[in-house]
Design a protein. Structure first.
Length: 305
């Protein structure tokens, strides 16, 4: 009988513990302002914009429903395809270069380097500079200084401004984007390198493993979570390239460097294509989310190997 009563008492205690507890009013009052602001500033505009994608709304005046016409037209629009082509080309190249350069800098800054704290501050400086100001400075260099260097070296492709070259203008945007983004990625790689125990490198050195072998077989597998973070964030950020395009080329020459974000802004808010470019933005958002999830799943699978 005693054992049965104890069992019943324990069961009733667990039931009491599992029963949802009432939420304190103080917590509600603390969360409510943020929830209201989030709804007003983000959720309502998002739903409103999604609604307008099924209309011919120009951003002003009257409108009418057109169904999925905007979404269908996107797939036959050469300007849209061109902007997607440039954006993905830029994002892939810039992501790879940024992470290679950042990892190299992190390895140098993590070594027994004199005044490495000073160098860490110097290498992080580009990240805190305003993007537009940096881009305007590089615009002057590409237009005035680099052509002089190209003429002195006898390189025809560099003897005129890269920003006026339809085939090479995208490389100028890559240079600026990588130069500024590498600083943040370097910090993340530094954090990852400092989690690797020195004893592992000492044991590998005793076994005769060289620097390249240690990097490929030991360092990279051990910091793969940090590699994944950098690759995902870099690719997502580069897909949204906007400031560099505005300051360097304004989408030119022609439409050679017209990114998706710039096209949505220019034609959506200035060209009377509000509903059409909002539909483009919805598709773009879904693509970025799917690619980010795919990258995340890939790097998570590499962590388990």
């Amino acid at each position: 009988m005693a054992r049965t009563s104890v069992t019943n008492s324990s069961a009733s205690t667990r039931a009491r513990d599992n029963k949802p507890q009432p939420v304190e009013r103080a917590f509600i009052w603390m969360v409510a302002p943020a929830a209201i602001l989030f709804t007003i500033l983000l959720t309502v505009p998002l739903l409103t914009g999604f609604f307008y994608t099924f209309t011919n709304y120009q951003g002003y005046g009257e409108w009418r429903f057109v169904g999925v016409t905007n979404y269908v037209s996107l797939f036959s629009d050469d300007i849209i395809w061109g902007s997607y082509g440039f954006t993905f080309q830029y994002a892939i190249v810039a992501t790879v270069l940024t992470n290679i350069i950042s990892l190299g800098l992190a390895l140098i800054l993590n070594s027994a380097l004199k005044a490495r704290s000073v160098f860490r501050g110097i290498f992080f400086l580009p990240y805190i500079l305003p993007v537009l100001i940096v881009s305007y400075i590089f615009s002057y260099l590409f237009t005035n200084n680099l052509p002089l260097v190209g003429q002195w070296l006898g390189w025809e492709w560099l003897s005129s401004s890269l920003l006026a070259n339809e085939q090479l203008a995208w490389l100028a945007i890559v240079m600026v984007g990588v130069w500024q983004a590498a600083a943040y990625n370097t910090i993340i790689y530094l954090a990852g390198l400092q989690t690797v125990p020195d004893e592992i490198y000492e044991a590998a050195a005793l076994d005769g493993a060289g620097p390249a072998r240690r990097l490929w077989s030991m360092t990279l597998p051990l910091i793969i979570p940090f590699v994944g973070i950098n690759m995902i964030l870099s690719f997502k950020n580069f897909l949204g390239v906007f400031d560099q395009v505005v300051a360097l080329t304004s989408g030119g020459p022609g439409t050679a460097t017209q990114s998706i974000s710039y096209l949505i802004f220019k034609n959506g808010f200035q060209g009377g294509e509000y509903a059409y470019q909002t539909a483009n933005g919805i598709i773009y958002f879904l693509i970025v989310v799917l690619l980010s999830l795919a990258q995340l799943k890939f790097f998570q699978s590499r962590e388990r190997v």
